[in-house]
Design a protein around this ligand. Structure first.
Ligand code: RFL
Ligand code: PHB
Length: 399
C-alpha cells in the first residue's frame, strides 16, 4: 500500500503538539521539507486543555510563521501577576521590571492555528498515524515506521525529530548507556477546572493558601481557568463543584476581605501530576528530541510549551544551516544549547512549586522557608525582578 504522505523527506517529525507543528513551519520558511506524523485524531490534539501563558519568544515565533492573527486579535497581554500568601498580596509588575509582558492564549488555540495553516499550505501532516519504531538513527538514512488505518508504512528521512511528548517512542531510540535521566516527582497534583464565568481578577493569582496552592487564570474575558493543589492519586470526580469553589475561595482569601471569587458552571475537570524530568542528551546521531519528549516541568512556572517552542527555534536554525552548507557546528551544539534553557526553567519551576505548595510530608521548617522566600519577594525589588525575568523568559541566545 502506498504511503498517504511522502515516503521520503528531509525531516520526519513525530508528534503534532506545539513542538512538532512549530518546527514544521519554521523549517518550511527555511526551505526544508518535512512530514509530521501524529497518533491522535485532529480533534483530540485541538481540544487537550493545557498551557495558557506564552512568553514573548513564543509569540514572536507564531508571528514569524504566520499563525498569529487570532492571537493578536483575541489574546490577552498581561503586564504582571499576583502572589498571595498569609492573607496578603504582592504584585509582580513584569512590564516595569523587565520591559516585557506575556500573552494569555491557550495551547488549544495555538495548535488549531498551526494545524490549519499547515493543511492550508498542503504540507504533509497526518493524524491517526502512530509511529511504532524509529530505526537506523546512527546511519545517514534513519526511518520511522508508522501505522495508519490498519496498514504499516515507512518514512525515510535525513533527520528524525522526536516531538512526541512525554510518552512517545522517540526517546527509546537513544540507548540507555548513552544518556542520563533526571527526575523529581512532587508529592501533590493539580486539579484544573474550566468554568463559564468571568475571571475574578484581571491578572493571574498564584496563591499559597493554608491548605495548599491555588492558581486563578483565564481563557477569555468570560472563561475562568483555575487550579488547586490536591493529593497525588486524586480522582477529579471526587470533587464536586461547590467543594472546588469553596477551596479556591479559601486559598485566595485576603485578610482585608477585599477579594470575591466569582463562581459559575464548571465545564471541565482534570488532574495533572507534578513532576520534572530531563533526558540528556537531546540528540543521538540523526535523531533529535524536542519539547516534552526530552523534558517536563511542573506547570507552576508556565514553561512547558515555551520550552518546546524555544527548542525548535534553535533546532530549525541548526538544521537549516546543516542542510544548506553541511556545516555541523549548530546541530552539534543543539543539545547543549537547548539544555541550558531547560535547566534554567527546571530550576525556576522548582522554585515556584516549592515556594507556593504545601508539602504534605513537610514540617514547620519547610513552611517557614517558603514564607521567607515570599516575604523576600514582597520587600525586595531585585528579588521581584529576578522572578519576573524568569517568568517572562530569557531571549534566545541570552542563555
Ligand atoms: P505534546 O503537546 O505532548 O505533543 C506531543 C504529540 O506527540 C504525539 N505522539 C505521537 N505521535 C505519533 N506517534 C506516536 N507514537 C506518538 N506518541 C505521542 C502526541 O499525541 C502529541 O500530540 O508535546 P510538545 O509538542 O513537546 O508540547 C509540550 C506542551 O504540550 C507542554 O509542555 C505544556 O502543555 C505544559 N504546560 C504549560 N506550558 C506552558 O508553557 N505554559 C503553561 O501555562 C502550561 N500549563 C501545561 C500547563 C501542561 C499541563 N498539563 C496537562 C500537563 C498546564 C497543564 C495542566
Ligand atoms: C493556565 O492558564 O492554564 C496556566 C497559567 C499559568 C500556569 C499554569 C497554567 O503557571
Amino acid at each position: 500500500m502506498t504511503s498517504p504522505v511522502p515516503d521520503r523527506t528531509q525531516v520526519a517529525i513525530i508528534g503534532a503538539g506545539p513542538a512538532g507543528l512549530m518546527l514544521s513551519h519554521l523549517l518550511r520558511l527555511r526551505g526544508v521539507e518535512s512530514v509530521v506524523l501524529e497518533s491522535r485524531p485532529r480533534e483530540r490534539v485541538e481540544t487537550r486543555q493545557r498551557a495558557g501563558i506564552l512568553e514573548h519568544g513564543t509569540v514572536e515565533a507564531l508571528r514569524e510563521v504566520g499563525a498569529a492573527a487570532r492571537m493578536d486579535e483575541q489574546g490577552l497581554p498581561h503586564d504582571g501577576f499576583e502572589l498571595r500568601f498569609s492573607g496578603r498580596s504582592v504584585r509582580v509588575d513584569m512590564q516595569e521590571l523587565t520591559g516585557h509582558h506575556v500573552m494569555i492564549w491557550a495551547q488549544t488555540e495555538v495548535t488549531k492555528d498551526l494545524i490549519a495553516l499547515r493543511l492550508e499550505q498542503g504540507e504533509p501532516l497526518l493524524f491517526e498515524a502512530e509511529v511504532t519504531a524509529v530505526e537506523d538513527v546512527e546511519t545517514d538514512t534513519p526511518l520511522v515506521r508508522y501505522r495508519h488505518e490498519g496498514a504499516e508504512h515507512v518514512v525515510r528521512a535525513d533527520v528524525v525529530v522526536g516531538a512526541d511528548g512525554s510518552y512517545g517512542p522517540a526517546r527509546r531510540a537513544i540507548p540507555d548507556r548513552l544518556g542520563r535521566r533526571f527526575e523529581r516527582v512532587y508529592p501533590y497534583s493539580w486539579l484544573g477546572i474550566l468554568a463559564d464565568v468571568a475571571p475574578s481578577s484581571h491578572e493571574l493569582i498564584y496563591a499559597r493558601g493554608r491548605t495548599g496552592f491555588a492558581l486563578a487564570s483565564m481563557r477569555s474575558p468570560s472563561v475562568t481557568r483555575a487550579y488547586i493543589q490536591v493529593p497525588n492519586g486524586t480522582d477529579a470526580a471526587d470533587w464536586d463543584d461547590e467543594a472546588i469553589w469553596d477551596e479556591l475561595a479559601a486559598r485566595f482569601a485576603l485578610d482585608d476581605g477585599s477579594f470575591t471569587l466569582e463562581r459559575g458552571p464548571i465545564t471541565d475537570k482534570s488532574v495533572t501530576p507534578m513532576r520534572s524530568v530531563v533526558s540528556e542528551p537531546m540528540r543521538h546521531g540523526r535523531l533529535f528530541l524536542a519539547g516534552d519528549a526530552a523534558h517536563i516541568v511542573p506547570p507552576t512556572g508556565a514553561k512547558g510549551l515555551n520550552l518546546a517552542v524555544a527548542d525548535v527555534r534553535v533546532l530549525a536554525e541548526a538544521l537549516a544551516e546543516w542542510f544548506a552548507t553541511k556545516d555541523e557546528t549548530l546541530i552539534d551544539a543543539y543539545s547543549d544549547t537547548a539544555l541550558r534553557r531547560v535547566w534554567r526553567a527546571s530550576h525556576f519551576s522548582w522554585t515556584m512549586t516549592t515556594m507556593l505548595h504545601v508539602d504534605p510530608d513537610g514540617d514547620p521548617f519547610d513552611e517557614q522557608l517558603a514564607l521567607a522566600h515570599l516575604h523576600h519577594i514582597e520587600v525586595s525589588e531585585p528579588a521581584r525582578r529576578a522572578l519576573a525575568e524568569n517568568y517572562r523568559g530569557l531571549a534566545l541566545g541570552a542563555i
